[in-house]
Design a protein around this ligand. Structure first.
Ligand code: ADP
Ligand code: MG
Length: 232
């Protein structure tokens, strides 16, 4: 089953008179259940591509399909709904709300999901705090946690709504290499146990080796897949 299909996508940013072609004719098909790395140096277009797949931004040309749904045919409200129901996000800088506790940060995106009762919300938060090993830190604020712990909170938050696809933009870039690898191992475990598809970007060779498929991007263009997948 295909979970993401990117078809002939260009993204051009216009700043004053200047145009930057951040993505050029990107074509990508991602099967459900993948643990996919988008590899490339700084400025190559990784965040732009993840933002388009995440329906945070729209392409200048081309189409992005999530499942069978063409995101270009949707209204902003429909896109927000699609994001809330099917996507989870993990960011380089964690993006936790500083005034909320660990528990509240994980619960926060569930508050807009009317289909979850209060009880189910609590069960979900508890479950995912257990999954990421932070049940004891439920009352801590982000500034009382290490970088690795903050990213675990962000992972629990991304997963709590049972997304089919998690997008992670350089999730290890602000972590030391040992912590970064443990975060990737945790993501991989969740991918294997829960079947959640992950697409993450990185410029770190050790991190990209943990993927089961690697696509490289250079100067806004996808490079033919050259890196041999380790599995899958
Ligand atoms: P990466 O995530 O691989 O570092 P980006 O996707 O952030 O790369 O950026 C790709 C290119 O698009 C860069 O040249 C960057 O300067 C440009 N760019 C990114 N975002 C914007 C924006 N909002 N406005 C103008 N140019 C942008
Ligand atoms: Mg980036």
């Amino acid at each position: 089953m295909t979970i993401v299909r990117v078809e002939h996508v260009d993204k051009i940013y216009r700043l004053d008179e200047q145009e930057v072609a951040a993505l050029k004719d990107i074509n990508l098909i991602v099967a459900a259940g993948r643990f996919l790395a988008i590899a490339g140096p700084s400025g190559s277009g990784k965040s732009t591509l993840l933002n388009l797949i995440g329906c945070i931004d729209t392409p200048t040309r081309g189409h992005v399909f999530i499942g069978t749904e063409d995101t270009s045919l949707k209204s902003p409200d429909q896109l927000a709904d699609l994001r809330a129901r099917t996507l989870g996000f993990i960011f380089q800088t964690f993006n936790l709300l500083p005034v909320l506790s660990t528990w509240e940060n994980v619960e926060y995106p569930l508050l807009q999901r009317k289909e979850f009762s209060r009880k189910e919300r609590a069960e979900r938060v508890q479950h995912y705090l257990n999954v990421v090993g932070l049940a004891k830190y439920a009352k801590h604020r982000p500034n009382q946690l290490s970088g690795g712990q903050r990213q675990r909170v962000a992972i629990a938050r991304a997963l709590a709504g049972s997304p089919t696809l998690v997008l992670a933009d350089e999730p290890t870039a602000n972590l030391d290499s040992k912590t970064g690898e443990s975060i990737l191992r945790l993501m991989k475990q969740i991918n294997e146990i829960e079947g959640t598809t992950f697409i993450f970007s990185t410029h770190d060779f050790r991190i990209m080796q943990m993927a089961d498929r690697v696509v490289s991007i250079s100067d806004g263009e996808l490079v033919k897949e050259a890196v041999t997948p380790v599995a899958g």
